[in-house]
Design a protein around this ligand. Structure first.
Ligand code: HEM
Length: 259
């Protein structure tokens, strides 16, 4: 079977990227079929792109629903990053503590991962039950993330629950399952957090954004839990004046609704 997958040329000397690695059949043992390689490439795109896009949408929605936090993180990205965002380093992004906690809290309250599975390799006592060896277990982060024993007042958007001063043992963060757990936990979680921070920094610095629908709900079904469509937001360009960023108003040129 001939496999043709479009792939950006990364240039001589940079080495093959992960997709190129998959396309280059010489790198896999012969028993790995084309369908498997295609599946691996597609699942990487799905796992890396769809989940991050859905999670980013929830972070933005929750910030827009909580103006105090929106103001805090907008101030943070305005003062904590270089004027030209193109020169931003990952270290600078990781120092944005408030935005980091908002992203973590969004992953708790609106996890993009609606369900995960594990197979019991031994009998597992669970309360008054025993899960027999060989059974498949389904677990659901949108449910476990609202356990009031671990997350007091679970329906409240409270990014400070991840503040080390409030939770020095990191108990709340350790109970999050949006990125999975164990040896198969998400490999791209840190990357996803970095790209969400950078995207939000670009967005919040340049635009004033409002929700058109005040309370978007998750789309139903199994899979990545994105907001149900349509989920329109209204955005207006901000302009810099006298060294200060301010709302540019809602002129026809600047006012846009995006779904
Ligand atoms: C917010 C965004 C993301 C979410 C919610 C997410 C969620 C997950 C989850 C739930 C798993 C399964 C973990 C388990 O079974 O314990 C997983 C695995 C994985 N993720 Fe992500 N992911 C995200 C972003 C990314 C990105 C950006 C990449 C790549 C750049 C990526 C690459 C992977 C890979 C390669 C695995 C498989 C790990 C393995 O089986 O050993 N993910 N992800």
């Amino acid at each position: 079977m001939a496999v043709e997958v479009p792939c950006a040329d990364r240039g001589v000397g940079r080495g093959p990227d992960l997709v190129r690695h998959g396309i280059d059949r010489g790198r896999y043992p012969p028993q790995v079929g084309d369908e498997t390689v295609i599946g691996l490439i597609l699942i990487l795109v799905y796992a890396a792109y769809e989940s991050s896009a859905a999670q980013l949408a929830w972070v933005l929605i929750l910030l827009l629903q909580h103006p105090r936090w929106l103001a805090t993180v907008t101030a943070e990205v305005e003062t904590g990053l270089p004027e030209k965002l193109g020169g931003t380093t990952t270290a600078e992004l990781h120092r944005l503590e408030n935005l980091g906690r908002c992203i973590t809290e969004a992953q708790r309250i609106r996890p993009a991962t609606s369900m995960l599975t594990r197979r019991a390799v031994a009998d597992v006592p669970l309360g008054s039950y025993t899960v027999p060896r060989g059974w498949t277990l389904f677990f659901c982060p949108p449910v476990t993330h609202r356990d009031p024993e671990t997350f007091p007042d679970p329906d409240a958007f409270d990014p400070d629950r991840f503040d080390p001063q409030r939770d020095p043992a990191g108990r709340a963060a350790a109970a999050l399952l949006n990125l999975g757990a164990g040896s198969h936990a998400c490999l791209g979680g840190r990357f996803a957090e970095t790209e969400m921070k950078l995207t939000l920094a670009v967005l919040l610095r340049q635009y004033t954004v409002d929700l058109v629908e005040p309370d978007p709900r998750p789309a139903g079904g199994v899979g990545i839990a994105r907001p149900a469509a349509p989920c329109p937001v209204r955005y207006r360009l901000r302009t810099a004046e006298k060294g200060r960023t301010h709302d540019a108003g809602s002129s026809a040129d600047h006012d846009r609704v995006h779904r």
